[in-house]
Design a protein around this ligand. Structure first.
Ligand SMILES: [Zn+2]
Length: 298
C-alpha cells in the first residue's frame, strides 16, 4: 500500500492489493476522519495503526463514499467511529451488501473476520461535518452508482471524489447521464487536488483537463454506441476502442480496458431496451454488476 501526504493534515492511501483503490485520512485536533476504508482487512488495519501509532489519533468518523465493497469493507475495523453515507448507501448495504459479503466470505479466508457495518448518519443532498477546526462538505454525486458522494475538505480545497472520478468514467452500476452531470458540476469550483477513487491523485493544474477528458469520453462512447447500433454492427465492443475516446489502455494497470467494455455493454443494453423493459431488467443486472469489486473479476 502506498501512502502519500498531500497537506499537513491529509494523507492518501492507495491499495497494492485491489485496483489501486484509495482511502484518505484527514487529521484534526479532535480526531481523524477516514474517507473510505479499502477492501482487504490487512490494508485497513495498516491504516488504523498509522493513525493510532503514527499520528497518535483515533478515527472519529468513517465516510463511505458509496456501497461498493472496495470502499466500505474495512469500516468494521473502526468500531468506535460513526459512519456517514448517503441514505441510499445504507439501504443498499443492508440488502445487496449483506448478500455480497456472504459471498466474499465464502470466496477465501481473508474476509472471515469482516462484518457488515451500516452507516448510522445518513443524508440525501448535502451534509456539513465539523471536527476540530476542519469543515467537510459532503454532497451527492450520482452516476458511478446511485449512492455516490464526494467530500470536500474546505480550506485545503482537497476533493475526495471517490469513483465519480476514476482513470476512466465507469457507470455500469449507475447511469451515464447522471455521471455526466456530476462530473460537469466538479468544473464549478477550483481544487488543489482531486483524490480519485482509484489511481493517482490529480494535481491542481491537471483538474480541469481531466474532468473535460472524462466528459469527452462519455460523449464519444454514447455517440459511438448509438452509431454502431444504427449500422447494425455485431462487433460493437471491438469497434469503439479506449483510444478512440481519448483514453489510454495502460491506465490502472490495464483494468480500464475491461471497464470500457462493460461500459459499452451497459449502453447497448440501455439503448436497445424500451424504457419499461429497462426498469424491470435493472435490478437483475445490478445483482450481477455489484460483483465487480471482487478480485477474481478483474
Ligand atoms: Zn465503485
Amino acid at each position: 500500500m502506498q501512502r502519500e501526504r498531500i497537506t499537513d493534515q491529509i494523507f492518501v492511501f492507495r491499495s497494492n492489493l485491489y485496483a489501486q483503490v484509495t482511502a484518505g485520512v484527514v487529521l484534526t485536533s479532535e480526531g481523524a476522519v477516514l474517507i473510505d476504508t479499502l477492501l482487504y482487512p490487512e490494508e485497513s488495519l495498516r491504516i488504523r495503526r498509522f493513525i493510532e501509532v503514527g499520528l497518535g489519533s483515533k478515527v472519529r468518523y468513517v465516510i463511505n463514499t458509496h456501497f461498493h465493497a472496495d470502499h466500505t469493507t474495512g469500516a468494521c475495523l473502526f468500531p468506535d467511529a460513526q459512519v456517514i453515507a448517503h441514505k441510499l448507501c445504507a439501504e443498499i448495504l443492508a440488502t445487496r451488501g449483506r448478500e455480497s459479503l456472504q459471498r466474499m466470505k465464502a470466496s477465501g479466508p481473508e474476509f472471515q473476520e469482516v462484518s457488515l457495518t451500516l452507516p448510522n448518519i445518513t443524508f440525501e443532498d448535502e451534509l456539513v461535518l465539523e471536527l476540530g477546526e476542519t469543515r467537510f462538505r459532503l454532497r451527492e454525486s450520482p452516476g458511478h452508482s446511485p449512492d455516490s458522494i464526494v467530500c470536500l475538505v474546505e480550506g485545503e480545497e482537497v476533493l475526495f471524489a471517490a469513483d465519480t472520478v476514476m482513470p476512466i468514467p465507469y457507470f455500469v452500476d449507475g447511469n451515464s447521464s447522471d455521471l455526466e452531470q456530476s462530473l460537469a458540476r466538479l468544473l464549478e469550483r477550483d481544487y488543489e487536488n482531486i483524490v480519485q477513487g482509484h489511481g493517482d491523485i490529480i494535481l491542481r493544474g491537471e483538474v480541469s483537463e481531466k474532468i473535460k477528458s472524462d466528459l469527452r469520453y462519455l460523449h464519444c462512447l454514447k455517440d459511438g454506441v448509438a452509431q454502431a447500433l444504427e449500422a447494425d454492427r455485431t462487433d460493437i465492443e471491438a469497434a469503439i476502442t479506449l483510444e478512440d475516446c481519448g483514453k489510454s489502455q495502460v491506465l490502472l494497470n490495464g483494468i480500464v480496458t475491461q471497464l470500457h467494455q462493460l461500459n459499452i455493454r451497459a449502453l447497448v443494453k440501455e439503448f436497445r431496451s424500451p424504457p419499461n423493459e429497462l426498469a424491470s431488467d435493472a435490478s437483475e443486472e445490478s445483482e450481477r454488476r455489484q460483483e465487480w469489486p471482487q478480485k477474481k473479476l478483474i
